[in-house]
Each structure stands twice: as C-alpha cells, then as structure tokens.
Ligand binder design. Structure first.
Ligand code: ATP
Length: 297
C-alpha cells in the first residue's frame, strides 16, 4: 500500500515581528496564504525509516532523522506505540531554505500520509498538536487556505478569502537560514523600540474581498530589511518585478524567495517573463492562492 499527500507552499502577506522574548523566540502576527506550489509526499511500508527526495533542490535536503518529514513520522509512531517502519519519498517543488515553508510542508504531509497508511486515525486536533511541536509553520501547512498565526505563528485562526490572487515567485541563487534572518532582525533593531505585532485589519479585509489592489497596499514583511541586509542582491529582483508591473513586491517570509502580487493571470505571465529576462534570480514560477492544505491524493 502507498499513500501520497500533496502539500502547498505559503507566502506571508503580513509578517509582523515583535522583539525577541526571553526564550529567544519572537511573537508574531503572521498572515499566511497557501499558494499552488506543491511538494508531494509518498509513504510506503518498509523495514526501517528511510527518506528519499527528488527535485531541483534535492541535494540540499537532509535525508536523516533531522528531516521534518522523518520527525513527523517518528512523532506519530511514538504517540501510537508503533515502529516508524516507513519509506518517505519527497517529490520537492518548493524551494529549500526559500521562506516558503517547504520543510514544514513535508512535515505536515508526512504526518497526514503516515496517519492514513498506519490507520492511526488521529483527530485533527491531535495532528495539529504534533505539527505545532514540529515547528511554527507546520500547522498552517496542514490546514492551508489563509490564516492568521499568533504566538510563534502556530496558533491559527482561519481567514476568509473572497477571490483568487495571482502571484509570481522568483527563486534565488542561494538559500537564507531562518534563524540567521531573525538574528539580523534583532541586530538591526537593537536600539529601537519594537512594537507588539498586531494583525492588520485592512489586510484581512482585502483578503476577504479578494481585492488585489487593496491587498497590495497592505502587504508587509518586518523581516524584509534583515533579509535584504544579508542578501542585498534581492533588491534588484524586487525592482525588476515592480518595473514589470507587479502591484506589490516583497520578500516571502524570511526569504530569499521574492513574491510579486499581480492583478490577473496575464499580468502574472508578463511579470514572470520580465523577471526571467532580468537575470536577477535562479528561476521564476507563477502560482495562485489560496490553495488547499495537505490533501491525501
Ligand atoms: P520557513 O519558510 O518555514 O522559514 P524555509 O522554506 O525557509 O522555511 P525550509 O526549506 O523549510 O526553509 O528548510 C530550512 C532547512 O531545514 C533546510 O536548509 C534543511 O536543512 C532543513 N530541512 C529539514 N527537513 C527538510 C525538508 N523536508 N525539506 C527541506 N529542508 C528541510
């Protein structure tokens, strides 16, 4: 028997970051939108836990027990007192260390796939609990759509989306480590008073209306200055997308993927072509959001 689960990437349309807490984490007000770029996780019974990965970034994915998909299988097996005897294959389309929650997608996907393969029938809440233990972005990968994440980002409230948004994503030549970007955020903010992160109501309204102009006017990413400080060339990619007519250009999460909101599918195709021609990125993809969360295929 084999189970395959498809899991979307995400873009943060709002990422408000508070000051570092005593435990080193940051409080966030994080509006996630799932977008139609997917990893596919396939699980098959095996003698022992094994992870394989295919795709353009496969060589950057750890295949040992630090892989989030392996950690998800181990967490579920432990909870149900069974052996994690499964082969997990990741067909990877989401860029690695790209700020699009690719590892989190694989964690959520492996969890749902193993639950189906093993017949553990964990409740949705139990699955969400395990996701939150695996990482701040993992619960959202399970639920998809659009949601506000508070706390470290893992406490989710679903948000209404009144239409389809058209995006272009430019993948960068190298990755950025999320912890390094947060450290840079702390360094840049050392002598400033960082306000409590608060969700933007105009942005939530723009999502609910499905209005790309209103969403473009309200998207923000507090990690963008830190990502640009560590990866200054991203400014050229952002400028190229803006010049090509994107309604908004921003760094996706901790970067270095850059995200461009466009008015419609035609405009997305034009912006994608211009970004490709600009030579400021490794590759370019279009995708729409919202996308469904992890789904057994
Ligand atoms: P986020 O947007 O949640 O901050 P990201 O998209 O920037 O994350 P990931 O692709 O999730 O970054 O990977 C970050 C690091 O996690 C990788 O460099 C890799 O070492 C490790 N990792 C663990 N499991 C996976 C996985 N299944 N896929 C990719 N990377 C993984």
């Amino acid at each position: 028997m084999t189970v395959t689960v498809r899991v979307p990437a995400k873009v943060n349309v709002q990422l408000a970051v508070g000051a570092a807490r005593a435990d080193g984490f940051h409080d966030l007000a994080n509006v996630f939108l799932a977008v139609g770029l997917y990893d596919e996780i396939t699980v098959t019974p095996a003698d022992t836990l094994r992870v394989t990965c295919a795709g353009p970034d496969a060589d950057k994915v750890p295949l040992d027990r630090t892989n989030l998909a392996a950690r998800a299988a181990l967490a579920l097996a432990e909870r149900y007192g069974r052996a994690p005897d499964v082969h997990i294959h990741i067909a990877k389309d989401i860029p690695v260390a790209g700020g699009m929650a690719g590892g989190s997608a694989d964690g959520a996907g492996a969890l749902l796939a193993c639950d189906a393969l093993w017949g553990t029938r964990a409740s949705r809440d139990e699955l969400l609990d395990i996701c939150a233990e695996l990482g701040s972005d993992v619960p959202f990968s399970l639920v998809g759509g659009a949601a506000l994440g508070t706390g470290r980002g893992e406490k989710l409230t679903a948000l209404d989306v009144g239409g389809t948004f058209h995006w272009v994503f430019a993948f960068a030549q190298r990755g950025l480590s999320t912890p390094a970007v947060f450290r840079e955020f702390d360094r840049l903010g050392e002598d400033t008073d960082i306000p409590e992160p608060v969700a933007s109501q105009p942005l939530i309204d723009a999502l609910a209306k499905g209005d790309p102009d209103a969403l473009a006017a309200t998207v923000t990413n507090d990690l963008q200055p830190a990502a640009l400080s560590l990866f200054p060339e991203l400014a050229d990619t952002l400028a190229a997308g803006r010049a090509a007519g994107a309604l908004a250009a921003l760094v996706s999460g901790s970067g270095p993927t850059t995200a461009f909101l466009t008015r419609d599918a035609d405009s997305a195709t034009q912006v994608a072509a211009a970004l490709h021609a600009s030579g400021t990125c490794r590759s370019v993809r279009t995708a729409t959001g919202p996308a469904q969360g992890a789904t057994v295929g």
